[in-house]
Design a protein around this ligand. Structure first.
Ligand SMILES: Nc1ncnc2c1ncn2[C@@H]1O[C@H](COP(=O)(O)OP(=O)(O)OP(=O)(O)O)[C@@H](O)[C@H]1O
Ligand SMILES: [Mg+2]
Length: 371
């Protein structure tokens, strides 16, 4: 998990360059300096751990160095290079190559991460539930990671102003949100198959001030947030919502103007209530097309004998799905490791890759992609 070091993004760098290696790994270098001195330097990269450690040491050694006689660090636009920085990035790559694989040739590009272009057929899926605590955030994260693992380009975002879970569940420390030429730049998680992530949790300075986030301001914030993130050419955007049918899913659905989809999450305890039918009506009223229902915490898988015990009445999800004529995407049992994964900040399907529950997530995602 060392690649989380890759979050060392810099706010307002004087210079920012991108270097792409022949194996596809990408480095972005941030520098702050005055005249010919580098005061601060950091980078993000999706190269693997061993490489990052080496690069990290090298990067740190640059601090305080004189770049080049007479050369000044000038304020550069995102993606453009000047000689000084070019030679720095070049050296970075050269050193990395020498240490890891002398055969590769360094290639440096000044392409932007994203082009600002949006994939026309991107699917945006809202994860919804009537009740709280049924596992929306867990499901959102694990669906997103499973889709990314299957080779899709995926973005994951939460619009839960009062309790954004994604930073915690993915163990993302407080980061500076950067704005590129074509919008807010989402974080790229190299460990998680290049999945992109954005959370309201990254943006909120005063999340503890309830007055600020009431009503229209909250909607405005969400609208801006959804519109301004530069996701690039992702195939799927998974949106984790707070429970119920409040402002957040409402603003999100309105933003999508009939193009949004919904995955509903419920638990066996909740199915007997009217929660799910409320979510279904909500989705229908907002022109969200319902992909299906996921029954979470359905039965308990014994970690010792692997037998499933149905603590609550089984088959509720199936009955509900057939009552409302929506597909049942899958039933996910209670697995103590799901809680463990959430606590340590590594998605379950990544940490417990070969497990029956990961297989269920894989099936669920196949149903989603085949829709
Ligand atoms: N299948 C499962 N097995 C065991 N624990 C689970 C399972 N699904 C979710 N959990 C745990 O249940 C708790 C609630 O899950 P989560 O935060 O994803 O729910 P939520 O619906 O997003 O909650 P909220 O409505 O507050 O946003 C978490 O501690 C999570 O780890
Ligand atoms: Mg949640």
């Amino acid at each position: 998990m060392g690649a989380y070091r890759a979050y060392r993004m810099m706010k307002d760098p004087d210079v920012r360059v991108k270097a792409t290696d022949t194996d596809g790994s990408v480095y972005e270098l941030f520098l702050k300096g005055s005249k010919d001195r580098i005061d601060e330097v950091s980078f993000i990269s999706d190269a693997d751990d061993a490489v990052l450690t080496a690069v990290d040491t090298f990067i740190d050694s640059l601090k305080g160095k004189t770049v080049r006689e007479g050369a000044a660090l000038v304020k550069e636009q995102w993606g453009t290079l000047n000689d000084t920085v070019f030679s720095l990035a070049d050296e970075l790559i050269t050193r990395y190559r020498v240490m890891i694989d002398g055969a590769h040739e360094a290639r440096i590009t000044n392409d932007d991460v994203n082009t600002g272009e949006k994939k026309e057929d991107r699917r945006t899926i809202l994860v919804l539930s009537g009740k709280g605590g049924v596992g929306k955030s867990t499901v959102s994260i694990n669906i997103a990671v499973t889709l990314a693992k299957k080779g899709y380009k995926v973005g994951l975002v939460d619009v839960d102003i009062h309790g954004p879970s994604i930073p915690v569940m993915l163990n993302i420390p407080k980061v500076d949100v950067l704005k590129g030429e074509s919008g807010i730049i989402p974080l790229v998680l190299p460990d998680l198959y290049g999945m992109k992530v954005m959370s309201l949790g990254f943006m909120l300075e005063k999340s503890d001030d309830p007055v600020i986030w009431r009503g229209p301001l909250k909607n405005q914030m969400i609208e801006q947030f959804l519109n301004d993130v530069d996701w690039g050419d992702i195939d799927y955007l998974i949106v984790d919502n707070p429970p119920g049918t409040g402002d957040e899913p409402l603003s999100t659905a309105q933003q999508l103007a009939g193009k949004g989809e919904a995955v509903l999450v419920t638990t066996p305890q909740a199915v007997s209530t009217s929660d799910v039918s409320r979510s279904i009506n909500f989705a229908k009223n907002l022109n969200l097309s319902i992909v299906g229902l996921i029954e979470n915490m359905s039965g308990f898988v014994c970690p010792h004998c692997h037998a499933t015990t149905h603590i609550f009445r089984s088959g509720g999800g199936e009955r509900l799905a057939s009552t409302y004529s929506i597909p049942l995407l899958g039933s996910i049992p209670i697995d103590p490791n799901i809680g463990v994964a959430g606590d340590i900040g590594i998605p379950y399907v990544h940490r417990f890759d070969a497990s029956p529950v990961s297989d269920i997530y894989s099936d669920i995602c196949d149903k989603i992609t085949q829709k």
